[in-house]
Design a protein around this ligand. Structure first.
Ligand code: M6R
Length: 603
């Protein structure tokens, strides 16, 4: 939610800050703005809409600068407008800042500032920070920022510039990501380091409650009392090609196609063929007496949690609860002894998942983060992390992260199952099926042109059902979510058995059903549910294993046979393609769907 970029050095700061911003546009795209020191003067430019609009209007200005900060916004307080776009200035207009996060006590602070005679120009919570910095400023920008942020409640990552300090950018963070890339006599600032990998691979991550002074010579990091802190420079394990679209028209399509590889990467070094088990050297499970588990997640990651819970219960017989983090955080967190907490988050920055984790952290016996982003907040707060190694996921709709989550969760369930008495032979058989997934994902991807044809017949509908049972229920939820978010079509993911308790009233010829039918245990029941749909003239697109017959369906997508527990991976690749093709036919903004942002760092 909101992306911050910045540059200080000897090159064209405006061009670089904009390029870094474009690499983070998935974080929000309601408006964009930039500040720079041009001919000794602090200048700013803002535009409503995408970074490309800002870039175009900056090109007309022909500004030359070696220091700049910029911002792409996902609106929280105040609609997308010029006034609400960042950067925001203080009352003297000498200080400008950009912000990612939410200031919870902004109304109190705003009243206080108004009583001092300060007037506000926007409806944002951010403006209280710039005004506070202005009020606190007495010649030392770092000290002014430190005083200002000490008054803030909530989450923030800010980058601040001042006309009287043309050689420094001040940063401050609390529970929002920000990092600095080191070059030769130049420094790069971003919310996500992938955005500056084309310039440098040396990165320093700022942690919560740290401040930093960035100059072209280097970076000084401080704690909240301004005591200097030592930080290590880490090397980004990314290439510039990992964050480009390559030959694909959209990141989402690229990421769908990457799944053959990302699923393989997810299992690398985790397979123990001889023992029919999984290896997780990063976890310290042996001394634990796990009696139950709670899984916390949001959105697509929650759907992965639903699959994992069934698998864990079946293979290990441990009771498992899966909780939507945004709801769980407001319930009494009743935790029985020996509870293992698993927090699933692609980004590792989802505010609700982090809040739910914090509520449980000191009550559980062990917490594990399943995450794609190294050094994200989640990975710093759990006892141990398991990484997806899926590579950067840039399309707002989560695709490859989901399938990698499922691979790792199945390996983790296998590990626990073997520790709890599953036989070597059964373990080996499951492991063989997991290892067969990359080839099977490839087979599903080969169905693209068939799925394209189906999409052409169904892109005109405004309402869909996605139905499934048992392992196919989360797959149905995930398929429906993809269609909603990228094609803006109302799609209801439902447990097929629940239809007759109400939703079947909506079935009619203009409301097609995508039937997720890869769960063998419930296939006969699913067939009956579909007869009920057909009896009401509903159209059916069935996704089913090769070799199965489904005469009721109007269209069928056949995918390779696999054990029920792993089937959501293959079914989901098919529903991702279906949503993508429908969205593409409708001309939707696939990588940046309206109202969304990739990493949801606010409640
Ligand atoms: O980064 P996280 O996995 O914690 O994100 C959770 C959700 O915000 C995310 O899965 C969201 O639902 C995606 N847009 C789904 O495609």
């Amino acid at each position: 939610m909101c992306g911050i970029s910045g540059y200080i050095g000897h090159r064209d700061a405006i061009d670089i800050a904009i390029t870094i911003l474009q690499g983070q546009e998935y974080r929000g795209y309601d408006s964009a703005g930039l500040a720079a020191i041009v001919d000794g003067k602090l200048c700013k430019k803002k535009e409503v809409g995408k970074v490309a609009v800002l870039k175009e209007s900056l090109e007309l200005e022909k500004w030359q600068s070696q220091i700049s900060i910029a911002h792409t916004r996902w609106a929280t307080h105040g609609k997308p407008s010029l006034a609400n776009a960042h950067p925001h200035h203080d009352h003297t207009h000498q200080c400008l800042l950009v912000h990612n996060g939410i200031i919870e006590n902004y109304e109190v602070l705003q009243k206080e500032l108004i009583s001092l005679g300060i007037s506000f120009n926007s409806q944002t919570d951010t403006e209280v920070i710039s005004q506070l910095v202005g009020v606190c400023y007495q010649g030392n920008l770092l000290e002014a920022v430190q005083k200002a942020v000490s008054r803030l409640e909530g989450a923030f990552a800010i980058a601040v510039m001042h006309a009287a300090h043309p050689d420094e950018i001040i940063l401050a963070t609390k529970e929002s990501p920000l990092c600095v890339g080191r070059g030769q006599q130049e420094m790069f600032i971003a919310s996500d380091p992938g955005a500056f990998v084309r310039y440098t691979r040396g990165v320093v991550y700022l942690h919560s409650c740290e401040l930093a002074r960035v100059t072209k010579q280097g970076l000084e990091v401080f704690c909240t009392q301004l005591k200097p802190k030592q930080k290590t420079i880490q090397t980004l394990g990314l290439e510039a090609s990992d964050v480009s679209k390559g030959q694909y028209p959209h990141y989402m399509l690229k990421e769908i196609y990457e799944q053959e590889r990302s699923v393989k990467h997810a299992m690398l070094s985790h397979c123990d063929d001889a023992q029919g088990s999984a290896l997780f050297e990063e976890l310290d499970l042996d001394h634990l007496n796990i009696e139950r588990s709670i899984i916390l997640a949001c959105g697509t990651s929650y759907h992965a949690g639903l699959v994992a819970a069934q698998m864990l219960e079946e293979w290990t017989r441990l009771p498992v609860r899966v909780e939507v983090a945004s709801e769980f955080r407001y319930r009494p967190s009743i935790v029985e002894p020996n509870t293992l907490v698993i927090a699933i988050s692609q980004s590792g920055e989802t505010a609700d998942t982090l809040a739910a984790l914090r509520a449980l952290k000191h009550k559980c016996c062990y917490s594990i983060g399943l995450c794609n982003v190294q050094n994200s907040t989640l990975t710093r707060e759990v006892d141990a992390s398991v990484f997806l190694r899926a590579g950067p996921e840039i399309g707002v709709a989560s695709t490859k992260a989901f399938t990698s989550q499922l691979v790792l969760l199945s390996l983790f369930a296998l590990k626990l199952a073997r520790l709890r008495g599953m036989s070597v032979q059964e373990g080996q058989s499951i492991l063989r099926d997991i290892q067969g997934l990359p080839e099977q994902v490839k087979q599903v991807l080969l169905q693209r042109s068939h799925i394209q044809d189906i999409a052409k017949r169904y892109a005109c509908y405004h309402n869909f059902f996605y139905l499934g049972r048992r392992y196919m229920f989360p797959a149905a939820l995930e398929g429906a979510l993809k269609l909603k978010e990228i094609a803006y079509i109302n799609a209801n993911g439902y447990a097929a058995g629940e239809m007759k308790h109400g939703p079947i009233a909506l079935i009619h010829p203009d409301c097609p059903t995508v039937a997720c039918m890869q769960d063998l245990v419930t296939l006969p029941k699913m067939m009956s549910n579909l007869s009920e749909v057909k009896a009401r003239d509903g159209k059916i697109i069935a996704i089913i294993s090769e070799g199965m017959k489904v005469e009721l369906a109007d269209d069928v997508i056949y995918i390779p046979q696999v054990r029920d527990e792993l089937a959501p991976i293959l079914t989901t690749v098919a529903t991702q393609l279906l949503a993508y093709e429908i969205a593409s036919l409708k001309g939707c903004e696939i990588d940046q769907p309206r109202n969304l942002a990739k990493s949801v760092t606010v409640e």
